[in-house]
Each structure stands twice: as C-alpha cells, then as structure tokens.
Design a protein around this ligand. Structure first.
Ligand SMILES: C[S@@+](CC[C@H](N)C(=O)[O-])C[C@H]1O[C@@H](n2cnc3c(N)ncnc32)[C@H](O)[C@@H]1O
Length: 215
C-alpha cells in the first residue's frame, strides 16, 4: 500500500465516529446547522445514488469505500439480493457491522475490511458505488479499472469539484490532520472514465461535487 493510502486508511480509522455523525446527527446543534447549510449535497448524493440503483430488487451491489455502510442499508432494505460494502479502515467496517445489527438489516448485506485493489469476487456486480472515494486518490485510474472489472452494469461515483471556494479550505483542514485530498474538473473525470472503458450516462454538478453514472 502506498504511503498516501496508509494516511487515508489511518485517518478514517481514527475519525469514524466524527465522519458518521454527518449521518447520525450525533453532534452539537451548531454543527448540525453547519452540516445542513454546507453539506446538503451529501444528503442529495445519497438520494441520487439510491435513485440511480433502480431497479434494485434482485440486483447485486458493491460499495467501494463504504465507510459506515450508510448507502448499503437502504439498498439491502429495498430488496437487493446481495450488497457488499468494502473499506480498508477497520473502524469503519466495525461500525457498519454494528449499525447493521442494530437496524436489523437483511443478511444479504455484508461488510469486508479490504483495500479495493486486493478485493476478489467470482461474480460481477450489477451496481458498483464509489461515493466520496476519489476525494482521497491521487490517481483514480487504477481503481476505476478495478471497478470496471467488478461490474456488469452501472458505476455510480462522486468527485469533489476543484472550482469551489471550499476546496482550498478542505485541503488545509485535512492537511492539518495529515490526510491527503484531491479535487477534479469535468475533463479529467471524463478522460479517466474513457481510458478505463466506461461510458458516461449521467454527469451532474451537485453543490461542491460531481455526481456521475457510467456504464
Ligand atoms: C469519505 S469516506 C466515504 C464513505 C461512504 N462512501 C459515504 O459516502 O458515507 C471514504 C472511505 O473510503 C475508504 N477508502 C479509501 N481508499 C480506499 C481503498 N483503496 N480501498 C478501500 N477503501 C478505501 C476510506 O477508508 C473511507 O472510509
């Protein structure tokens, strides 16, 4: 694993509770207010991802960099035949398993602690998700290639936009925490997807991110 990946893995292992509080709301009223104002696109990307994975009944899903599994749960509840969440940060997977038991999520949903580059599957997935993953990859092409091998259907992805006033602030904030972060423009994303053999079917700007579906 590269030095950069080690930093990302350590960051998310150490900041699992803080990251998940964006979904759980387990934080001060002021921070919840800030999330509503500044991170509304995270809720939007959740709704758009679920919509992009329709029809879901009887389909299989691989969520790459699943974090605490927040995207896996509704897809399993809506009738996916198999949902696998993978993440290389152990604390994220522990929390995904804990939440899954707490919520009574169907057994069709499972989690595995692994680097996507080491993940093997005998069957291809109908949908593959990479939500908030490319933010932490200096060069996402290797992972896009791996995603392409693992899917026979759609890839649903988000990328943080380079042209927002929040990008440099986020770079500094995560830099202080020793976590690398990268930003994208439309041309770079489209070039990467073309090189790795994906055809773009949806490309949308949503707040400070790009929401992309490719087949
Ligand atoms: C910002 S979190 C997003 C979590 C989740 N997708 C969400 O949107 O709620 C990014 C996650 O990607 C994971 N990650 C980054 N690179 C990875 C890799 N090469 N293999 C597996 N997981 C990775 C990190 O550990 C982290 O939990």
């Amino acid at each position: 694993m590269s030095k950069e990946s080690e930093l990302v893995q350590r960051h998310f292992h150490q900041h699992t509770a803080d990251f998940d509080s964006i979904y759980s709301g387990n934080k001060s009223a002021f921070r919840r207010f800030l999330d509503r104002r500044l991170r509304w696109d995270m809720q939007a990307r959740m709704e758009m991802t679920i919509a992009a994975c329709q029809p879901i009944e009887g389909k299989s899903v691989l969520d790459v960099g699943c974090g605490t599994g927040r995207f896996c749960f509704p897809l399993a509840e809506q009738g996916a035949v198999k949902v696998v969440g993978i993440d290389f940060a152990e604390a994220m997977i522990d929390e995904a398993n804990r939440l899954s038991s707490q919520k009574g999520i169907p057994e069709s949903c499972s989690f595995e602690c692994t680097d996507i580059l080491d993940y093997q599957s005998t069957k291809k997935f109908d949908y593959i998700l990479a939500i908030g993953l490319f933010d932490y990859l200096k060069d996402g092409r290797q992972i896009m290639q791996k995603m392409r091998q693992l899917t026979r259907g759609k890839a649903v992805m988000t990328f943080p936009r380079a042209d927002t006033w929040r990008a440099p602030i986020r770079k500094i904030r995560l830099g202080v925490l020793d976590c690398p972060v990268y930003f994208y423009n439309e041309k770079r994303i489209r070039d990467h997807l073309m090189i790795t053999g994906f055809a773009v079917s949806q490309f949308q700007r949503v707040g400070k991110l790009f929401f992309v579906v490719a087949e």
